[in-house]
Design a protein around this ligand. Structure first.
Ligand SMILES: [Zn+2]
Length: 163
């Protein structure tokens, strides 16, 4: 099916898909990034796909992704639930690992547990100050490898760096 026909089908059937997204969910996303059309690694076209093309099975409550059409590249990014808005910038395997490590370092600072010391918003305010990145752009899904490394450093040295 062409994407126009899919869009018409989704709207007519009422099924929520990235082509027939939830307006409420869109409104909740601050600073939405545009949907990627070209891969930032290899410049191939980017396609909206069901994420079973990445994980073999549909994964999560909103199983969609923007995927590079160059299979050897394989860069992708997920979507904010019930929208067509990408969660961040396209990531290849190396960057995905760095982002995962950055989240593993950062999330315990605000999630319930022994390392918790901030509210979620307080943690992001602290992080944006540490990185010198505007709070509206301080999302791990937007970061490059160097920024992920700085997140890991700042979180690992939280008792040494100034709060
Ligand atoms: Zn690519």
């Amino acid at each position: 099916m062409s994407s126009d026909i899919r869009t018409a089908f989704d709207k007519a059937s009422g099924t929520k898909t990235p082509r027939n997204p939830s307006r409420k969910s869109i409104a909740r996303v601050k600073n939405p990034l545009p949907a990627p059309t070209r891969c930032r690694y290899c410049n191939a076209e980017v396609e909206l796909v069901g994420n079973e093309q990445i994980y073999r099975r549909a994964y999560g409550e909103w199983p969609w992704a923007y995927l590079c059409t160059d299979l050897e590249c394989g860069a992708y990014v997920g979507l904010h639930p019930f929208t067509a808005i990408p969660l961040g910038t396209m990531a290849d395997a190396e960057l995905r690992e760095w982002r995962k490590s950055a989240k593993d370092a950062f999330n315990p600072l605000w999630q319930d547990g022994l390392e918790k010391r901030f509210s979620r918003s307080g943690a992001y305010a602290w992080l944006s100050g540490q990185l010198g990145i505007d709070a509206g752009a301080c999302h791990v899904g937007w970061f490059d490898i160097g920024e992920c490394q700085r997140v890991i450093f700042a979180c690992g040295n939280i008792d040494q760096v100034s709060l």
